[in-house]
Write a protein that binds this ligand. Structure first.
Ligand SMILES: [Zn+2]
Length: 212
């Protein structure tokens, strides 16, 4: 596995960052659509970069993600006093504005076109999570809807028991994409419906039909 510290060193150099290194934290967050994010706070001495554990398995994705966040770090080290004053009252500069694009270009001149894009911390397929998640899939007329849970709490278990009696199926999957859906397995948690004709709909159908 590539050491993240080495990647941070590399992009501190490529981006000629003057100022402190960022703090990097590895996180396992389900139900979010970012692979990594960089956060600035007036209470923190430097940028905090959070990286989802799920990207650690793919060296190129990891490097692209770290490079993207390092461009944000560069931006944060160059904040003007006016921008800092604005941030303190909650007004953020555009997150992928001209300063970001300038930093991205510096990286891409070295690493190749589109190595860093405005979406390279959110768009890439994450490797399978080391944790299974649960999907409760049920028929609603002609359609299938689902709710998800990372763990089956006693409340979730009773919801599952009740729905399975009515024909729903509980399946396990490592595909974290489902966790982007709003509906969790809980009382009155509702159901989420993939768009009709989408790949998600076909995959949900396969999970449903493939389970006993
Ligand atoms: Zn970004």
């Amino acid at each position: 596995m590539v050491a993240i510290d080495d990647l941070v060193d590399k992009y501190m150099r490529i981006l000629s960052v003057r100022g402190p290194r960022p703090i990097v934290q590895i996180k396992t967050r389900l139900g979010v659509d970012w692979l990594a994010r960089a956060r600035w706070s007036s209470r923190s001495p430097t940028t905090v970069i959070e990286v989802q554990r799920s990207v650690l398995g793919d060296a190129r994705t990891l490097e692209r993600v770290v490079a993207h966040e390092m461009v944000h770090h560069l931006e944060y080290t160059q904040l003007t006093p006016e921008e800092i004053a604005m941030l303190k009252v909650g007004i953020k500069p555009p997150s992928h504005g001209p300063k970001f694009l300038h930093g991205a270009q510096i990286v891409n001149d070295v690493m190749g076109a589109d190595f860093v894009t405005v979406k390279s911390d959110s768009q890439y397929v994450q490797s399978a999570s080391e944790r299974d998640i649960y999907l409760l899939i049920a028929r609603y007329g002609q359609r299938l809807g689902f709710a998800w849970a990372a763990r089956l709490t006693p409340e979730a278990t009773s919801v599952v028991a009740e729905k399975v009696l009515k024909g729903a199926k509980l399946v396990r999957t490592r595909d974290q994409r489902w966790t982007l859906a709003r509906s969790k397995i809980k009382k009155y948690g509702g159901a989420s419906f993939p768009q009709q004709g989408s790949r998600e709909e076909a995959e949900l159908r396969a999970l449903y039909d493939g389970s006993p």
